[in-house]
Design a protein around this ligand. Structure first.
Ligand SMILES: *Cc1c(COP(=O)(O)O)cnc(C)c1O
Length: 426
């Protein structure tokens, strides 16, 4: 797909914003302001999503109910705390293409990866390796290495990294070759569905099919995919997945994460797992029986009663997602990011290139700009001009125009600010 050539003036961007069926969602979020009181160009939703304005009310309701009811709030709050996590079930399932019983919100992301690997990384003398991608997010690297070590394997030997190509991307051929090469000795494949660094979106359906056909269990870290790209976890047959809620999902700093366990494991009390009372069969939980019997589905992996306040904030955001719909969000996202790409390429400069794949189906909203020279200066220039994005060592600036609250005009202004830096340095 070649992006159609847009008209690159402020009228064009203003028209795109006026025609945008999702334009009213921007008003539902708090936008950080410049010292002059203007909204900053916030392209950092891939790192910490903005606060939905209704989050405060949702959280305050729980604070009020706690104040007025104390422990009774577990059953008598407007939204009783006992089954509170269930309020997020349907929307979470819809977001990732899962059945309701395949998902649960709980803990934080890295914790969930560990809990799921307890069940789904079951190495044997024949099959012990973990396939992951080169330069995976550090927390994921530490998690898989520590799991390998926990089972008595040397991570140097147990972990197989899918190598990055010269162009800084992962080629399909290399991914499928790596799976094939390890069809007899890999126990688990754990990938970031959208790579946090280069913004590449993997062919999760194809990779899952190939790995499972090779007898390899498939786990996905969807920190950069959830709320960014459409997902069909159930249909694709992914074994398990986990994601945080504070990036694209706008759940608030450190808010509660979620996980997915495929239906095929719904009734598997025999699977080894770390247990806690909240994963125990809800009908007998308070009888406190001596033996653990897990709830069916993903809920059977819960340990503790969840923190209500972050879940309240997350509900506020998930209501926005449900109202906007992932399909419409993706449609706008393709336009926004395509617009940014074409504006940037209008004035190419040898100092920078785009690391993220050019094929829209191989990326989400983020573009990773590799800046060979003057990257730090460029980053400071963007910040001084009111653009919030981030810097990743050694030479990458990540910009993520998100469809819920960013506009075409912000993309246009960003490109202008970006080009001005190179015009000034030439
Ligand atoms: C953001 C992110 C994390 C963060 O993990 P937490 O446990 O939420 O601190 C982990 N993995 C990936 C791929 C991420 O993008």
């Amino acid at each position: 797909m070649t992006p159609q050539k847009p008209v690159h003036d402020s009228q064009y961007a203003a028209q795109m914003d006026a025609d945008d069926p999702l334009r009213h969602f921007r008003g539902q979020f708090h936008l950080p302001l410049t010292p002059e009181g203007e909204p900053q160009i916030y392209f950092c939703g891939n790192s910490l999503g903005l606060q939905p304005k209704n989050a405060k009310q949702y959280v305050e309701e729980e604070l009020q109910d706690w104040a007025s009811l104390g422990v009774e709030g577990h059953f008598r709050a407007r939204h009783p705390w006992m089954p509170y996590h269930e309020l997020l079930r349907e929307q979470t399932a819809a977001l990732v293409g899962a059945l309701p019983q395949e998902v649960v919100v709980m803990n934080t992301l890295t914790v969930n990866l560990h809990l799921l690997m307890v069940s789904f990384y079951r190495p044997t003398q024949e099959r012990w390796r973990i396939i992951t991608e080169e330069k995976a997010f550090p927390s994921d690297q530490y998690a898989v290495a520590s799991q390998a070590r926990f089972h008595g394997f040397d991570p140097e030997n147990a972990i197989v990294e899918i190598p990055l190509g010269e162009d800084g991307r992962f080629s399909s051929d290399t991914i499928f070759e790596t799976i094939d090469r390890h069809r007899d000795d890999a126990a688990l494949l754990l990938l970031g569905g959208v790579n946090y660094y280069n913004g590449q979106c993997f062919d999760i359906a194809g990779i899952t099919a190939a790995a499972r056909e090779a007898g390899i269990t498939v786990g996905m870290d969807l920190a950069h995919a959830a709320g960014n790209v459409p997902l069909r976890l159930h249909d694709w047959g992914v074994d398990f997945a986990a994601w945080c809620s504070y990036k694209y999902l706008n759940g608030g700093p450190g808010s509660t994460a979620a996980c997915f366990v495929h239906e095929r494991y719904a009734e598997r009390p025999d699977l080894p797992r770390f247990a806690g009372w909240w994963g125990h069969d809800a009908s007998t939980r308070f009888a406190m029986p001596p033996h653990f019997h897990p709830m069916p589905g993903a809920e059977g992996w819960q340990l503790s009663n969840p923190a209500i306040l972050p879940l309240a904030a997350l509900r506020a955001s998930m209501d926005q997602f449900a109202a906007a719909g992932m399909d419409r969000l993706r449609e706008k996202s393709l336009q926004l990011t395509g617009y940014m790409e074409s504006l940037l390429f209008e004035r190419a400069h040898p100092s920078w290139s785009i690391l993220t794949p050019g094929e829209p189906e191989q990326r989400g909203c983020q573009l990773s700009l590799r800046v060979r020279e003057g990257g730090h200066d460029l980053f400071r220039h963007l910040a001084a001009e009111g653009v919030i994005c981030d810097w990743r060592e050694p030479d990458v600036i990540r910009v993520a125009p998100t469809p819920l609250y960013n506009t075409f005009d912000e993309v246009r202004r960003f490109a202008e600010i970006f080009h001005a830096f190179f015009a000034d340095t030439d």
